[in-house]
Design a protein around this ligand. Structure first.
Ligand SMILES: *Cc1c(COP(=O)(O)O)cnc(C)c1O
Length: 367
């Protein structure tokens, strides 16, 4: 089965045919064949991809990526804890919203969607408020495509002895990083972003000593990160509740394909070339990016919508979809934009074809 179109979205995204084929079998979840040979291998590979340091472990969690964020926020912070959230987009805002649902004391730093957090201001905040126990930040803010300065933020948080939670949903697997070097205690990502699997579960890679402290703290049974981890540890890859077997098996294949590509650095290079080709092509057609180049990730890019009065996103979208490309609406609150993602089984040649398709879809120019 071939795809009818290429998904240029932040997820779910286009996967390889071989990843999709890996789902064509039903798995028994009581055997080593699934638990040890698939789940445990995935857990070990994820930990290795995240860090070369000892003392880290991983947990897989059913649901979309947000479920894993919620599991982490709801399990890692004790009832006396306080969370500092950096919110410069929808996903930072979502972390704050999760904390609010869970009635966790929260301090939000919101520099705006097109700005990075001010390091000195955060330093001052951490100095002033010693009740803060945890700091959460999004790596690639998929709302705009901004790459946040996690190195500075994590190192500052560590100077103040805070636990660091990173939403690396749209960057893990596509941007090289070592969470041990960075001082990240919990990294959250999901199956259907840069690892190029299909949707259905998320995962958390954690410093084991921090994960152990989560025991008994969860505010939800199904999102108890510690319990899920314990079950996987003790029973060698067993999930507490029904495991998304087909998705997990596809993810295993996706990890093998990541290795075959040359690992995260090779994938990063492809994404980087995709994004560069995209921005250059779009600029040649007269489009402008929302962010300055130095703030961009190699993951997704926001472009200002054309100012022409005939322009409508839906019409533009339909004309691109007819040509085999799916783009994404904007998500920024104070600017009219659309987004084009370049992660997934997407290659520079695809982006070159996209630019030609966009030129053809610019109906407002010919009208
Ligand atoms: C996609 C994404 C999420 C949420 O993932 P869902 O699978 O939609 O729940 C969270 N954070 C970031 C940065 C994302 O890109």
């Amino acid at each position: 089965m071939k795809n009818d179109y290429l998904l240029l979205t932040p997820g779910p995204l286009s996967t390889s045919e071989t990843v999709r084929q890996a789902m064509l079998k039903d798995w028994c979840t009581w055997d080593d064949e699934y638990n040890k040979d698939v789940v445990e291998v995935i857990r070990a590979k994820l930990t290795q991809l995240a860090t070369s340091h000892y003392g880290y472990t991983s947990v897989l969690m059913q649901g979309s990526g947000t479920a894993s964020v919620e599991a982490t926020i709801g399990s890692a912070i004790s009832k006396d804890g306080k969370l500092l959230v950096i919110d410069n987009g929808a996903y930072g805002a979502r972390i704050a919203q999760i904390a609010s649902y869970l009635k966790i004391a929260t301090q939000v730093v919101a520099p705006g969607e097109v700005n990075q957090p001010n390091i000195d201001a955060i330093d001052t905040l951490l100095k002033q408020d010693d009740t803060i126990t945890h700091v959460a930040i999004v790596h690639c803010e998929t709302t705009t495509g901004m790459l946040n300065p996690i190195k500075q933020i994590a190192s500052l948080a560590k100077q103040h002895n805070k636990v660091v939670i990173l939403d690396a949903m749209s960057s893990f697997g596509g941007i090289p990083m070592d969470i041990g070097d960075l001082g990240i205690d919990f990294l959250i990502s999901s199956a259907n972003k840069c690892i190029q699997g299909v949707p259905g579960f998320g995962f958390v890679i954690a410093k084991q000593t921090e994960l152990e402290k989560c025991k008994g703290q969860a505010r939800s049974l199904s999102l108890d990160l510690y319990d899920q981890w314990q079950c996987m540890e003790v029973n060698h890859g067993k999930w507490r509740f029904t495991s998304p077997t087909h998705t997990v098996r596809a993810f295993y294949q996706a990890l093998i394909e990541l290795e075959q590509e040359g690992g995260i650095s090779a994938r990063h290079k492809r994404y980087f070339t995709n994004q560069k080709t995209l921005v250059e092509g779009m600029r040649s057609l007269g489009f402008r990016t929302l962010l300055n180049d130095d703030l961009h990730s190699p993951i997704i890019t926001s472009f200002y919508s054309p100012e022409h009065s005939d322009y409508q996103f839906k019409e533009f979208y339909d004309r691109l979809k007819q040509q085999g490309f799916v783009i994404y609406p904007g998500k920024v609150s104070n600017a009219d934009c659309f987004r084009i993602g370049n992660i997934g089984d997407v290659h520079p040649e695809d982006i070159e074809r996209l630019i030609i398709a966009i030129k053809k879809a610019m109906y407002w120019e010919v009208a």
